[in-house]
Design a protein around this ligand. Structure first.
Ligand SMILES: Nc1ncnc2c1ncn2[C@@H]1O[C@H](COP(=O)(O)OP(=O)(O)OP(=O)(O)O)[C@@H](O)[C@H]1O
Length: 294
């Protein structure tokens, strides 16, 4: 089976609000994708249409060329983990593992038990009696051990503490190596997760404003430091971010990939160019309206 994902002109409208606007995305299988956006950007909406939890208002979604909506075989190959309400859940994680195994063809109980041990999760306690963070851990254990060819995590890990999130990131990378599959992780914890992503998608106000490999994406921005007038001269015609002053020196973010010519010019003006991180790029591209679309 082929698990390449294709979205064509996908729109989702809730009453009057447009949550997704003309989304065109092709996501080849077996990569780790980061879906990055601010609160309300549309991440959960995009993931829920991908996981066939809802139909788009218009547009097409196909997985391996087939419509996933109400497609039982395809659905059993897509795992969607999100922050669930377990306040009524009397089963333990062990009981949940047993029932998940029935509809997840690749569910690996041995791996799930290993994860329970590694995260230190009480395996016999009813889910409703676990702390919020522990409930999040249970959700990600089921998501990881399902080994679904398309595995989606919608910020299901945001309630976990930092050491637990670190284990989760390590497990994603380790298990991806053993069993390559498509992972899509939504987040705004960019700096802590950027090392996981092979490809990134920035979603802003319902639109995709960037889709690139992580390595290429970070080349789209640069910090320039030097004397104010020289920085301003170099920045002419480039999209500038916030300027920070340190005495006579300023540092400005430029949403710009410096060419050889730009680098030469910077050297002539005594300016220092330094790399930006994915988080810098995210902050600068999503600060204002979606005017930097590319
Ligand atoms: N069920 C709903 N009914 C009406 N509007 C909704 C509904 N779900 C989401 N929205 C709206 O759609 C937009 C996108 O919301 P969505 O939850 O997809 O964003 P998000 O990027 O996942 O946000 P967050 O990071 O805060 O969880 C928001 O403006 C939100 O208010």
């Amino acid at each position: 089976m082929n698990f390449d994902i294709s979205m064509e002109e996908v729109n989702v409208t809730y009453r009057k609000s447009e949550a997704l606007k003309d989304i065109d995305l092709i996501l080849p299988a077996a990569k780790i994708y980061g879906l990055i956006g601010r609160n309300g950007a549309g991440k959960s909406t995009l993931l829920s249409v991908l996981a066939s939890f809802r139909r788009p208002t218009s547009g097409n979604i196909t997985i391996g060329g087939a419509d996933p909506y109400e497609n039982e075989i395809l659905m059993s190959h897509i795992s969607f983990s999100y922050e669930k309400d377990y306040s009524e859940e009397t089963r333990s994680i062990r009981a949940m593992m047993k029932s998940t195994k029935k509809f997840r063809p690749y569910f690996d109980t041995t791996y799930a038990e290993e994860l329970v041990e590694r995260f230190g999760l009480p395996a016999k306690k009813p889910m409703k009696k676990l702390s919020k963070g522990m409930q999040s851990i249970a959700t990600v254990i089921i998501g990881l051990a399902s080994r679904a060819p398309i595995t989606i995590f919608d910020e299901s890990y945001s309630g976990m503490d930092a050491p637990a999130r670190e284990i989760f990131y390590e497990e994603i990378l380790k298990d991806f190596e053993r069993h390559p599959r498509t992972f899509i992780l939504s987040t705004h914890l960019v700096s802590e997760m950027d090392h996981l992503f092979e490809e990134v998608i920035f979603l802003h106000e319902g639109k995709v404003i960037l889709r690139d490999s992580t390595d290429h994406a970070i080349e789209r921005g640069v910090f320039v430091t030097g004397r104010k007038e020289n920085v301003h001269q170099w920045m002419e015609g480039k999209h500038a971010g916030e300027e920070k002053r340190y005495g006579p020196t300023v540092t400005t973010f430029a949403l710009h990939t410096p060419s050889q010519e730009d680098k030469k010019h910077a050297a002539q003006l005594g300016l220092e160019l330094s790399s930006a991180s994915l988080q810098d790029l995210f902050i600068h591209m999503t600060k204002e309206g979606p005017s930097h679309e590319q």
